[in-house]
Design a protein around this ligand. Sequence first.
Ligand SMILES: [Zn+2]
Ligand SMILES: [Zn+2]
Length: 207
Amino acid sequence: MHADYLEKTGSKISYNSFHKTFKSMNISMALLGHEECEICSTMAMHKKDCHCEDVCDISEFLGHKTRYRAARKEYQQDSQVNTEEKRLIVSADLQKVIMLPRMEQFKTAVFTRRLTVFNETFAEVGKGKRNHAVVWHEATSGRRDEDIASAFYEYLLGARSSPRGIEPKKKENIVNNLLPLMPPNRRFFWNDLPLNAHAKDLTVFDE
Ligand SMILES: [Zn+2]
Ligand SMILES: [Zn+2]
C-alpha cells in the first residue's frame, strides 16, 4: 500500500509517517491476507542490503517472476473471457485456517478448545461473478489431498447444470459385461448413471 502510494504519487513520505496518518484517521493498514510468498520475501530481504544483482545468483527469483507474471496474464485473460462468454472459469484457493470460536474479547472463549475450520473458496473470475465457499471442520475431514479433492467435487456437483450422462449402448455394455465382475457396492454408481443419447465419447486410446 505504501509502496503503491509512492509509485503513483512520486512522493517521498516514509512508511512511518504514512502509517501514522492512517492511524490518526482510525484506518488500520492490514497486510492483505498476511500471505507472503517465500521467494519474493527472500528477494526483498536480499535487496535491502545488497545491490549486486549482476553478481548474485538470483535466477530462482527471476524464474519465479516470469511464472507469476505469466499466471497473472492468464488470469486476466480468463476474467475477460468469463465476462464475455458463457463459460465457467474459477480460481480456487484454500483460505487461511480459522480456529473457532473467534471471540478474542471473551475470556471463556480464549481458553476454550478450538475447532479447526477449513474453507476452500471457488471464485468465478471476472466482473460481477459469484463466489462459493466449501467449508468443513476437522471433525468432518482434514486437509490431506483427498480432502481438498472432495471440496472440488462438492463444488462441481453444485456448479454443473445437468449430468453429462452416458450413451445408452455404452451403459448397456458396462452393465451387462463389467458389472458382474464388480463388488456389489460399486455397482450402484453404474446402474444409476443417467442416460444421454448425445453424450460425447470421452474414451482415449493410447497408441
Ligand atoms: Zn513470489
Ligand atoms: Zn546480492
